[in-house]
Design a protein around this ligand. Structure first.
Ligand code: SF4
Length: 262
């Protein structure tokens, strides 16, 4: 697997200083005005450019680099204008990516603007995150955010590093912080055959989540090769029976009523 990022940490420090030079300006890869898969209800989903992980199984590898001519720079007022015409049909907005928390000043400013505007104030504001965000980033975001959908790529640190290029200590810290602040809306487990699909690993993940995030819904997602880089296309998609087994192993601790499978 070729790595697109020399160092995720270097990317964050050097490039976001430019992105957030004067006013918060977002680097946007894509906008989906109506999405049913990015949080509760019908949502205006914004996919921000740039990620601090380098996942083998990434379905949107074009959103990983911060520097690309494919992304557009968008101001907070401009993004507010984009959402305004579709507000009557929405439950809320979601920022995803890439990794949305890399652009925390922009996300916080947009969420604050949505809340202050009477036309958009009723929309709920959610973040889809890989969890690689520090405490000061969540300090900035959580006052403006109702819910976070958090990816846990693997509970085992070596497997997480193999799948993403980084360990998972910050992800687990984020999970604890979101639980403590009652902002964790869902945990998402992408199961990649040959990496994190063993019964032992998924039962251990279920045990962990039942202890650290009791009552939180868990979505078990089977890997699909569609859209991934060439080096990951050999990984098979799990069958329906295998996906059901994954969910059953996680649900043994988390509870059947809290686990869904996709
Ligand atoms: S965290 Fe998401 S966007 Fe980033 S590399 Fe992984 S799968 Fe792709």
């Amino acid at each position: 697997m070729s790595r697109l990022l020399a160092s995720p940490a270097d990317l964050v420090v050097s490039d976001l200083a430019v992105v957030h030079d004067v006013e918060p300006v977002g680097l946007v890869a894509d906008v989906v005005p109506f999405s049913w898969v990015d949080g509760p209800g019908n949502r205006f989903a914004v996919f921000l450019q740039g990620c601090n992980l380098d996942c083998i199984a990434c379905h949107n590898p074009h959103t990983m680099p911060l520097k690309t001519p494919l992304a557009r720079r968008v101001s907070v007022p401009d993004l507010l204008e984009e959402v305004r015409p579709v507000v009557p049909f929405l439950s809320g907005v979601t920022v995803s990516g890439g990794e949305a928390t890399l652009q925390a000043p922009f996300v916080a400013a947009w969420f604050a603007a949505l809340r202050e505007d009477p036309a958009t104030a009723r929309l709920t504001r959610y973040i889809d995150s890989n969890g690689c965000a520090d405490g000061s980033t969540w300090d900035l975001l959580l006052p403006h955010t109702e819910g976070v959908m958090l990816d846990l790529k693997a509970l085992d640190v070596a497997t997480h590093r193999e799948l993403t290029g980084l360990g998972n200590a910050q992800v687990l810290d984020s999970l604890d912080r979101l639980v403590a602040e009652q902002r964790l809306a869902e945990v998402r487990l992408l199961v990649v055959p040959g990496y994190n699909d063993s019964e032992a690993a998924l039962r251990a993940t279920g045990d962990y989540l039942a202890r650290r995030a009791p009552g939180i819904p868990v979505k078990v997602i089977g890997f699909r090769p569609h859209g991934v880089r060439a080096a990951a296309r050999h990984i098979p998609a799990p069958t329906a029976e295998e996906r059901t087994a994954y969910a059953t192993w996680v649900a043994a601790s988390v509870g059947d009523d809290l686990v869904t499978v996709a």
